[in-house]
Design a protein around this ligand. Sequence first.
Ligand SMILES: [Zn+2]
Ligand SMILES: [Zn+2]
Length: 204
Amino acid sequence: MPAAELPRHAIDPEAIITEAVLTIEPHLDAETVRRVLAATLRRAPQRRALAAMLVGDPQWLTAGRPQSPRLLERLVRELRHCGAHQVREPRCGRCGQARPLKALEADGRTRICGACAVRTTTRDTACAVCATRSVAFRDRDGRPYCKRHPPEGGAQPLDAVCSAIKQACPGLSMATIAGRCGKWSPPGTASVSCCGPCRTIRTC
Ligand SMILES: [Zn+2]
Ligand SMILES: [Zn+2]
């Protein structure tokens, strides 16, 4: 694509970033901002990526969003060292603190601090009742439980399904129901009803 057809953030990202910073921090001079930019974002693709972000939404510099990429975090931190007041370092997506963000949430975008990352790991690998670090079960929401604290008091999900079928179809024996359930793959439907004279099981 000829240069004339390229967007400005692709041709001169340094100018876009410098203008965006100076709009927020008018007491800084352009030379300082350019120097910080050259020192923190050394690769042109990084500068183009940040310029594109700021064209779309200049508040990336001041909102402290936990979705901010590392390159923005580095630039903001260095700008603050050089006297910037309004730009804001990204905050942890969990605790909201302006700490170094070392991990990602499950969404793959939200960044969190080291302390929150450790808490998440502990929560995901420790029994939800006694905090024992030995996980034997998980409930349907993925919460971990040790051997002594099986989810839902140890009730097996299949048992609950069989009981529901037995209620709906009292004419069927539990052995028949259990036999069917053993081969039955839950289709994701909620209710179970009896068809005709209780000879077949239908889910709907
Ligand atoms: Zn945190
Ligand atoms: Zn436990």
